[in-house]
Design a protein around this ligand. Structure first.
Ligand SMILES: [Zn+2]
Length: 821
């Protein structure tokens, strides 16, 4: 039965008092098997929580907060004593008032997130047992604690794994690690439907699950947030305190409390003879995790990692010869869950005091961030800020001095009433500092993730960070009122091409059968200047389209585009509309390769880009039948990043693709796909070699780990140059800040290098790059394009679609699709 919350709640209220006690069942009694004997399907987990809500309406309330891409419900359980639950909203308000220094609340708020990673499937099982015991044997914690449980943050990812496991599991599972049930196929792993890692998405909110969750999260801002995970089978359990580097904003109390929690867990693990480790691997820097994001919002944010993950199934033999069962894994997560609640309940008063202090102290070097940019780009940023409930406002006109992002030095930004000010002195001030600061301070270069993410670079905005507070006017209501009038009859209509939002508008027109041209040269008409890439929509091209004007008007309103009608194609400067330099945007049929050659995450980014961002249809072609596909049915083929191209690009497949390009196909090759093309003599692409001297022998293991990082770039931002005359760069300025995820690099192309890193800019503007890596990336191509026969190849060395958050890079991808002919 499909779980229907409102109905269950009403039912619970009506019959709760009667059924309570006699019908209240443990997970085993309800499900008909002991927890850990099998994986519980998501709908049954929802049913069990529904049962808890029905039988304990005074102590547990359920809230459906959204649905996933595959339409599964996302649900939170709020659990506390009957007295607290009767005052739940008052408790929440008092807690949030504490961020303004008001009141002295003493109730601890603990949020526990289970199964954010799909195939780390133990935690949803553990959530049921944990909550059941919380309502029975551990109910004393609830006297002064509100517990918020998300039993499954990523239902689509978990069901993908659980469904697959059910299909391949031996009858009475097989513990031999070689058995198929321990080897997930491609499209495996931790990610959600679109292969996004939701534990990298807390700050960027590109995914539906994150967007819906953050609304409730911001309402509560818990004192403690725990993210339950799994790691490789042989790893002992990991819990707090976390590893260095810690971001510098993390307070002494936040550090100390991690130790307090860790020691409490250790007490139970020691008593049971279980192994664990702390202070290693899992650092607190990158702001988009389920531990750091809460930490930067005043919480004690923690990751707990059980050994197991997508390999362990119901049981598996470890390398030491022990058998690790699902029951063991549940037991460990159950233990840390309760231990967390025990310690939070014990220190509830202190947690409240420190939470208040956290929100009073925002004494950071930079007090305000001031940003300039085109309307669409500012809008993209303020949309994100709105979701984080970050306050911002309009600047007053004038010069503002501060650290200037594009020069990396002290400089001046000319503010107008369109400029945006983001103050640090606000409830979300610490988060503002972390997301906006030009450089995150690294206490150690050995980190688990990217080391730079600064939003002005990611959104392609001009910005200064100021050491004094800049005055601003609160934005009216943050929402733009779109007053674009309906279009009337004209010779043609012109729209600018500056932002990814323009590309979405174009995609919408193409899907609605509107024919659109674009200008390859700048032009002036009626005194107005238009840059390369500007869209020209003529009446004559669309004369057979009866709903032409209505469609165009509606689209202009929906995408908030200013469309300028003109009664002539005769320009004052530049090329007339009938010129060769005004070309038709092709209505292309696009395919993306999927399967083993590609990385699941990188493929997912392309897939999500087309369906959820650009909203343009794409055919997903699997490598397993690629050789049977008639490629001439497609105009564009995207090869996402991956390291399996060596096996895929056999001579015959390479020949097939090369011939298709010669005949007019357009290939977009990303990351790892380029490596194989560099080996193909038909294409003028040359990979740069590592300059490292490998003859040196490391004196010890520690040294060699440190040496290794010299060749690496761990997600850092670089200043690149742009050839703005090339179609791949329409809408861009001369400088682009690129997120580089590794040191793979390629020489300049003889012709067609569009974005490049010269030898003077090998020092990242933010983030870490090893000394050897820096030698290698000088004078290398970032994006480029070549003609081959009648077709083209676009090379993307860096990934503008990485995790969907590098907003300023997305127009390059749109240009590759629409502007290169
Ligand atoms: Zn995980």
């Amino acid at each position: 039965m499909r779980f229907k919350l409102p109905f269950l709640l009403i039912l619970a209220l009506l019959v709760g008092a009667i059924t309570y006690a006699q019908n209240f069942k443990s997970p085993a009694e309800f499900l008909g098997y002991e927890i850990g004997e099998k994986f519980t399907r998501h709908h049954r987990v929802m049913d069990y929580f529904g049962h808890l809500g029905e039988t304990n309406p005074d102590r547990i309330q359920l809230k459906e907060y959204g649905t996933t891409y595959e339409d599964r419900p996302l649900m939170l359980a709020f659990i506390s004593s009957a007295e607290n639950m009767a005052n739940l909203e008052e408790i929440r308000q008092a807690h949030i008032a504490n961020t303004n220094g008001q009141g002295n609340p003493e109730i601890a708020i603990v949020w526990m997130s289970y199964n954010v990673h799909g195939n780390e499937s133990v935690s949803t099982e553990a959530s049921m047992q944990t909550v059941y015991e919380l309502l029975t044997t551990k109910k004393e914690y609830l006297e002064n604690t509100v517990v918020i449980v998300d039993p499954c943050v990523n239902p689509d990812g978990r069901e993908r794994y659980v469904n697959w496991y059910g299909q391949y599991k031996n009858s009475a599972h097989e513990v031999d690690p070689n058995s198929k049930e321990h080897h997930e196929p491609w499209l495996n792993g931790r990610a959600n439907h679109y292969m996004f890692d939701l534990n990298r998405d807390w700050a960027w909110l590109t995914q539906k699950e994150s967007q819906q969750r953050i609304k409730v999260y911001n309402k509560w801002l818990p004192h403690v947030h725990v993210d339950f995970h799994e790691q490789q089978v042989d790893s002992p359990y990991y819990f707090a305190p976390a590893a260095e580097p810690f971001h510098e904003v993390i307070t002494n109390f936040q550090r100390e409390f991690q130790v307090t929690v860790g020691k409490n867990h250790a007490k139970y693990f020691d008593a049971n003879g279980w192994f664990y480790f702390t202070k290693e691997v899992f650092d607190l820097l990158y702001p988009s995790y389920g531990d750091t994001y809460p930490t930067y919002n005043g919480s004690i944010g923690m990751t707990y990692e059980q050994g197991g993950s997508g390999r362990a199934g119901l049981g598996i033999v470890t390398s030491l010869g022990d058998t690790l069962t699902l029951k063991d894994r549940i037991e460990h997560h159950r233990t840390t869950g309760h231990s967390t609640l025990e310690i939070a309940s014990k220190h509830a008063k202190k947690l409240n005091e420190e939470f208040k202090k956290f929100h009073q102290t925002k004494d950071y070097k930079y007090k305000s961030y001031v940003l300039n940019g085109k309307k669409d780009k500012l809008k993209a940023l303020t949309d994100l800020l709105d979701q984080h409930e970050i306050t911002y406002g309009k600047a007053n006109s004038g010069s503002i001095r501060g650290f200037h992002y594009s020069t990396g030095k002290t400089g001046t930004l000319r503010a107008t009433e369109k400029s945006i000010v983001v103050p640090v002195d606000q409830k979300k001030g610490t988060l503002v500092k972390v997301l906006f600061e030009p450089k995150a301070k690294l206490t150690d270069s050995l980190t688990y993730d990217i080391t730079a993410w600064s939003l002005p670079y990611a959104y392609g905005l001009e910005a200064v960070a100021t050491e004094n507070s800049i005055k601003y006017e609160a934005s009216a209501d943050g929402k733009n009122v779109n007053n674009n009038p309906n279009l009337t009859d004209a010779y043609a209509y012109i729209a600018h091409w500056n932002s990814f939002s323009d590309a979405r508008f174009l995609a919408h027109l193409l899907k609605n059968k509107i024919k659109v041209r674009f200008a390859m040269k700048p032009f002036t008409l009626d005194g107005q200047k238009y840059n390369r890439g500007s869209l020209i929509i003529t009446k004559s091209d669309n004369q057979n389209n009866k709903s032409f004007l209505t469609t165009l008007s509606t689209a202009a309103k929906a995408y908030d585009k200013q469309i300028t009608p003109t009664n002539t194609g005769f320009v004052e400067a530049g090329k007339d509309f009938g010129s060769y330099y005004v070309q038709m945007v092709p209505n292309s049929k696009i395919a993306v390769l999927t399967g083993n050659p590609t990385s699941t995450l990188r493929f997912g980014e392309v897939w999500h880009f087309f369906e959820q961002q650009l909203e343009y249809p794409v055919t997903v072609l699997d490598e397993s039948y690629f050789d049977h596909v008639a490629l001439n049915e497609y105009d564009i083929l995207v090869l996402p990043d991956g390291d399996g191209y060596g096996n895929f690009l056999t001579d015959s497949i390479s020949e097939k693709i090369t011939e298709w390009i010669s005949n007019g196909g357009k290939l977009i090759a990303m990351g790892g796909a380029l490596k194989s093309f560099a080996k193909n003599k038909s294409f003028p692409l040359k990979a740069k070699e590592n300059v490292k001297d490998s003859t040196q022998i490391a004196p010890n293991f520690d040294y060699s780990q440190r040496e290794q990082i010299k060749t690496e770039i761990t997600g850092a931002i670089f200043k690149t140059h742009v050839d703005t005359t090339h179609p791949l760069a329409y809408g861009y300025d001369e400088v682009y800040f690129s997120m580089k995820l590794g040191s793979d690099s390629y020489d300049y192309l003889e012709k067609g290098t569009v974005v490049y890193l010269d030898e003077n800019n090998v020092e990242p503007v933010s983030g870490f790059a090893g000394s050897e890596a820096k030698k290698k990336i000088g004078n290398s191509m970032t994006f480029g394009s070549i003609n081959h026969g009648k077709g083209q190849v676009v090379f993307m060395v860096d990934n503008p679609l990485f995790r969907g958050f590098w907003e300023s890079g997305k127009l390059f991808f749109a240009n590759a699709l629409f502007m290169i002919n």
